[in-house]
Design a protein around this ligand. Structure first.
Ligand SMILES: Cc1cc2nc3c(=O)[nH]c(=O)nc-3n(C[C@H](O)[C@H](O)[C@H](O)COP(=O)(O)OP(=O)(O)OC[C@H]3O[C@@H](n4cnc5c(N)ncnc54)[C@H](O)[C@@H]3O)c2cc1C
Ligand SMILES: NC(=O)c1ccc[n+]([C@@H]2O[C@H](COP(=O)([O-])OP(=O)(O)OC[C@H]3O[C@@H](n4cnc5c(N)ncnc54)[C@H](O)[C@@H]3O)[C@@H](O)[C@H]2O)c1
Length: 450
């Protein structure tokens, strides 16, 4: 006999938790299902564990910068096993706590892989759930790469769990994961190569600031090779051989581990979307502005599973909140993606909010721009940081901030302030009026305005 619910949510990550708890608070009967430990990518296999590892890299970088000016004497090193234990002190309790939190609210929790067996029906192993509504919050997974021996690629989940750090690593892809993990691994003493298919690594970011970060990355001993498309990974007696197509023909690299950092796609291929008449183009479910399937009105799709414009945790939460409001009160809530910041947690951080200069040009906007490289500014000098640059675009007439881009100390918090301005309609003149404590990264902001 099928169990009946007002709402079944597939996933237990950020998007799932937000939509499930909102609907439960309104009195709906709600079920959540996940086939992996409860908590989702951000808390267990993404943002949070990654930034625990970054914490050690930050300290190592600070020591290296101060040692360069003879302020720090002696050597420090990362004890990788201890770092992993420290990380697990955060991640290990997450699944039980998340499931308990849901259950305490009266949400039923299921374990197993869900797939559709009807318009409003989901199967989990031997259990059948009938639902008035279903939210797909199944997240994303590493993209299948057309690489011979792709099965040898280590996934980001496994990298974050490594008990010992291999001495030689190759990253397949120069995006978020490649750069963030490479910066951690290099600070922990590994020999690291990033191979990127196209000419532009981190292509979502300002190319001038990416160039500054690449220079800083290479100064750490990390080799960043563009126009290197990985074609094959072969197992050897002590690791792997990586073969890539390169401008010079073929390039060959040896590594103990080869890590997949070549992009992620919505994790919807096992859901049997056809069984529920859910229209899709490839792995992109067709949804309207209210996050509802265009072909099955009982189904909403949110977070990474819906291929959002920015596959980030805060976006998953925003979409799930809007979808829950639409489920409860009828379709009315959309998400404004303006002014949502994003950052690459290298050391130093590269961050962005709003439009790239090329996008502002393509939109035909009239703007002025200030782009400077400022390692001489006090915030950078104080910590002997050589990489500090920014680019800020302000629209002529309206004085709206169109886009802001920073690489360097405090970049992420500066970008958060620009994001606040963009989301709340503060003008560049308002930002200039603000008075921040000195000397801080925020107090650099005024000098960044064009
Ligand atoms: C290494 C890494 C680092 C990241 N760092 C950041 C960062 O610093 N900042 C940031 O904002 N974003 C970061 N992200 C992205 C962020 O983690 C995601 O955008 C966010 O977690 C998406 O949340 P979600 O709820 O949509 O999906 P998820 O959190 O991925 O949850 C989906 C859940 O659904 C489950 N599931 C899937 N299919 C089924 C099924 N058929 N049946 C049952 N359960 C199923 C999965 O097991 C998973 O638990 C990072 C991602 C990675 C991989
Ligand atoms: N700080 C953050 O917010 C953060 C951190 C990590 C991951 N994430 C999320 O995870 C997603 C996936 O991250 P990612 O780094 O895997 O993807 P990405 O899209 O950022 O970068 C993938 C890169 O791999 C390259 N590539 C693909 N196939 C290749 C091949 N065969 N050889 C060489 N290069 C190849 C692509 O050209 C691209 O530059 C991100 O889009 C982001 O949404 C976010």
């Amino acid at each position: 006999m099928a169990q009946q619910f007002d709402l079944v949510v597939i996933g237990s990550g950020t998007a799932a938790t937000v939509s499930a708890t909102h609907c439960r608070k309104a009195g709906w009967s709600v079920a959540v299902v996940d086939h992996r430990p409860y908590g989702g990518t951000c808390a267990l296999r993404g943002c949070d564990p990654k930034k625990m590892l970054v914490a050690a890299a930050e300290v190592m970088d600070g020591i290296a910068r101060m040692a360069d000016v003879n302020v720090i004497q002696g050597k420090a090193s990362i004890d990788w096993a201890a770092l992993q234990r420290f990380k697990r002190s955060f991640t290990d309790p997450v699944p039980a706590r998340r499931e308990q939190m849901l259950q305490e609210q009266g949400i039923s929790t299921f374990h197993g892989k869900a797939c559709f067996t009807g318009i409003r029906q989901v199967q989990i192993g031997a259990e059948t759930l009938d639902a008035k509504h279903i939210v797909i919050a199944a997240g994303a997974e590493p993209a299948p790469l057309p690489v011979d021996g792709a099965g040898h690629l280590m996934l980001s989940d496994a990298f974050l769990e490594l008990e010992t750090l291999p001495q030689r690593l190759v990253f397949v892809g120069g995006g978020f994961i490649g750069f963030e993990f490479a910066h951690v691994a290099a600070r922990a003493g590994a020999d690291v190569v990033i191979l990127n298919r196209g000419p532009h690594p981190l292509k979502q970011f300002d190319p001038d600031l990416v160039a500054a970060l690449v220079e800083r990355t290479q100064a750490l001993g990390i080799r960043v090779l563009c126009n290197h498309e990985v074609r094959a990974v072969e197992q050897t007696s002590d690791g792997y051989t990586v073969r890539a197509a390169s401008p010079d023909g073929k390039a060959v690299f040896e590594a103990v581990n080869v890590i997949h950092s070549g992009g992620r796609v919505p994790a919807v291929s096992d859901l049997d979307l056809e069984a529920a008449n859910i229209a899709h183009e490839g792995l992109r479910i067709l949804r309207n502005d209210f996050f509802q399937s265009t072909s099955n009105p009982a189904v909403y799709v949110v977070g990474d599973a819906g291929a959002p414009p920015l596959p980030l945790t805060p976006v998953a939460a925003l979409e799930a909140g809007a979808a829950a409001a639409n489920l409860l009160e009828g379709n009315h809530a959309t998400v404004d993606y303006t002014g949502i910041p994003t950052a690459v947690f290298t050391e130093p951080v590269l961050a962005r909010v709003g439009l790239l200069e090329a996008e502002a040009k393509a939109h035909g906007l009239r703007y002025r721009v200030k782009h400077e490289t400022v390692p001489g500014w006090y915030s950078a000098r104080r910590i002997n940081e050589s990489c500090y640059a920014f680019k800020v675009l302000v629209e002529d007439g309206s004085e709206r901030v169109l886009g802001a881009h920073v690489v360097g100390p405090g970049a992420v918090e500066i970008i958060n302030l620009f994001g606040l301005a963009m989301r709340t309609g503060l003008k560049a003149t308002d930002l200039a009026y603000a008075t921040f404590t000195y000397p801080t990264s925020a107090s650099d902001l005024e000098s960044m305005l064009p």
